[in-house]
Write a new protein. Sequence first.
Length: 389
Amino acid sequence: RVILDEAHVIKNSSTGLAQGCFNLDAEYRWCLTATPILNGVEDLFSLINFLRIEPYSDQGRFHCDIARPVKSGYDADVALGRVRDILKGILLRRSKTSTIDGMPIVTLPTRNVHVTRAQFSDDEVAFYERLEAKAVVAFKRYRDAGAVMRNYSHVLVLLLRLRQACLHPSLIQDVEAVGAHAGQIIAQAAQVVGKRDAVNLGLVRTMRENVVKRVLQEELESYEVGWCPICMDMAVDARIIVTCGHIYCNECLMGADGEKSCPGCRSPSPSVTFRSGPMNIAHIVSVALFLQVHKPVELPPPPPAGPDNGKGKAKANGDLLDDTGLGSVAQAVTSAKIEKMLEILEETKKTRPGEKTIVFSSFTQLVGAGRAVVGDAEGRGGKVEGGLC
């Protein structure tokens, strides 16, 4: 018996992960997922194929009878009727309101939501307002040039930095830790990447048709939102692995020490070894180059040339932090939000001894800053992050 938990992960049937699941030998097969359809009915094919549901485990038949009619709108009602008939026979849906013999299948405690507001210190207010002012100036430049939609990922970065400033100034101070020598290295690396990109235009044109199609239909969705699936941060300098089409930020690719395959699907990329040392970007190309070849209408305007044209996350942060004069605030050990968190933890410890607390955050650096302040005062604790999987 084989059970796929979070089975929607194999929705793209062309990935190595999906193919590996399809080839598993099993008498009984189960798929567990809360979202069998994420983007469209095409997502169902991988689940049906894994479950060996004939005749629609045949991709040609599935495409002809279901996917194509739904996508084109011609006979879409008939195709969706087929989908409903298939799901009636293979789908068991359970929700928290489901019952067995008149009793709920699960009894959950009442969920209480309390919104607690933290008050900025004077230094934090000044820090945030300065960042906000610079973000407004940057946005107005895009607006006045009529280029907001072409640069909306950059606007999202501006908003992200403001969110981070509300959490802890150190989340956006990494650029201030970059000395003159490191800054020169970043600038030189950007120049090397730019020269290599010119050579890689030919490499982009040799990408397999199915890879190009998947990048245009799926991968660019996450890129346009701005997230790198490895670090879950803004993919400011996004790169594409040409063998499989997966998109990551350049920093994560350079940080995959010694690996010779895609960090996501493990598709072989024999010509490249990801190292944190000298850049070797064979078989890795920029998203801008890919768009220039395969979707030129959406190519953003090229950045101005010059030694200050760094493309890393530190550069994006630096554009906001230049001349703030508030570097000491960014170096602060604590923040209003962390202080409020400690206050709540202390109150919980006193009023409900032994009760455990989970703190969720989109930014692992914030968790690290919180642990540095808490120390061992709150007893044993641990950190769970996406890198585990």
